[in-house]
Design a protein around this ligand. Structure first.
Ligand code: FAD
Length: 387
């Protein structure tokens, strides 16, 4: 046996698992296909649930997050040219979200792992996993033998593919649109995120810091990013986000990151096969509208770390046996919320009946305290299970 837990993938799931196991004195090796520089620069999520912030802070990797993260107590839903605030903290007993880039979380976790002595191998992609033997083959002929393998290698990794097809049930939905996302050197034009429903399509105004904004536009799934020069992006954002009274203008600035991300819902279950445990995007994907992917990865590895602690301390397998079921309860809640937000806010083929239903749903959410509370408690994230 080379190590107790072989972790494939150094995204948020793999790195946080390594951190939690390290604190519990459990040996693990992290294998990552890409370079350190690449994973530290990869721009993705930026909205952290209250529970995610708590886990990072309580386990000693939240210092920079506490200093630099932007705490938000509400979001705005904008439709029909008017803005409506959902007072999340007021509706959820004080819970909030924190805006802090995923790549910053990744940097903090990599630093903690290396400070603790690793091991964390970059450019060491797994090529094959044997879920029964606990073997991971990687790089040019490397082999890692472990009691448990954690497949944290994202949606396109090798871990899920190592599970025999007949042992997995897959649930999937592709949406007929994608998100064009930009990062720009411009101060946020609002203190909170703005989710906009518009006849030309969805738009989101978000931010990464007091100097950098993150904006998204709904586009066709096969859209070519080259068809979107900077001026066109700003013009479309201004149009979709405009208020009827003309009082809103989005601050513009140099765009230094531009990309198109597909929108997909996906669950593969169960999340365990023999000695292999899938966590994060390796097991499930949500459309980004609910801002949940990273948070779900954190929730998974928290449950897994707890099961592994009992297993290595007393040979108690109950937590590992319950892993998949415990995670999937949250996964499906989040799947539903992410799907619900997505179908409420995106233009779907110009069907006028559908558009009326969306407006009615939005109207209800901002007028009914019960409906707003439901959105708020899902958005800030339901309580994590005990660690
Ligand atoms: C454009 C975009 C925007 C997003 N926005 C949000 C958001 O606003 N809020 C939110 O919560 N979520 C968002 N998400 C989703 C979120 O980024 C993911 O859910 C999150 O990264 C999942 O973490 P993970 O560790 O499971 O997977 P990943 O972050 O994908 O990490 C997997 C790691 O495994 C590595 N790997 C892959 N194959 C192998 C292999 N064979 N061997 C070794 N290593 C391997 C990869 O290089 C990667 O480092 C977004 C995603 C994208 C793409």
């Amino acid at each position: 046996m080379d190590t107790q837990v072989g972790i494939v993938g150094a995204g948020p799931a793999g790195l946080l698992l390594a951190h939690l196991l390290g604190r519990a004195g459990i040996d693990c090796v992290v294998l990552e296909a890409r370079s350190r520089d690449y994973v530290e620069q990869r721009v993705r999520a930026g909205v952290l649930e209250q529970g995610t912030v708590d886990v990072l802070t309580e386990t000693g990797v939240g210092d920079r997050l506490q200093r630099e993260g932007m705490v938000h107590h509400g979001i705005e839903l904008r439709f029909g040219g008017e803005g409506h605030r959902i007072a999340m903290s007021e509706l959820t007993g004080g819970r909030a979200i924190t805006v802090y880039g995923q790549q910053e979380v990744v940097k903090d976790l990599i630093a903690a792992r290396l400070d603790a002595g690793g091991p964390l191998e970059f450019e060491a992609g797994a090529t094959e996993i044997d879920p029964s033997g606990g073997v991971v083959r990687y790089g040019d002929g490397g082999e890692l033998r472990c009691a448990i393998v954690a497949g944290c290698d994202g949606f396109h990794g090798v871990a899920r593919a190592a599970v025999p097809e007949a042992a997995l049930t897959v649930y999937e939905r592709e949406y007929p649109f994608a998100w064009l996302g930009i990062l720009a050197r411009a101060a946020p034009s609002s203190e909170e995120l703005i989710y906009t429903h518009h006849e030309r399509g969805f738009a989101l105004h978000s931010m990464r810091s007091h100097e950098v904004t993150r904006n998204y536009l709904q586009v066709a799934p096969d859209e070519d990013v080259e068809a979107w020069p900077d001026e066109r992006i700003w013009e479309e954002l201004q149009t979709r986000m405009a208020l009827a009274d003309g009082s809103f203008t989005l601050d513009e600035g140099e765009i230094f990151e531009k990309g198109i991300a597909p929108m997909r819902s996906f669950v593969a279950e169960p999340m365990r096969h023999d000695r292999l445990f899938l966590a994060g995007d390796a097991a499930h994907i949500v459309p980004a509208t609910g801002a949940k992917g990273l948070n779900l990865a954190v929730a998974d590895v928290r449950v897994l770390a707890r099961g592994l602690r009992a297993f290595f301390a007393h040979g108690d397998e109950a937590g590992l046996d319950a892993y998949s079921e415990r995670c999937l309860r949250r996964v499906w809640r989040v799947q539903h919320f992410s799907w619900w937000m997505t179908q409420m806010l995106h233009r779907t083929g110009g069907d006028p009946f559908e558009a009326q239903l969306q407006r009615s749903q939005l109207d209800y959410v901002v007028r009914s305290r019960a409906a707003a509370t439901s959105l708020a408690e899902n958005y800030v994230g339901t309580e994590l299970e005990d660690a």
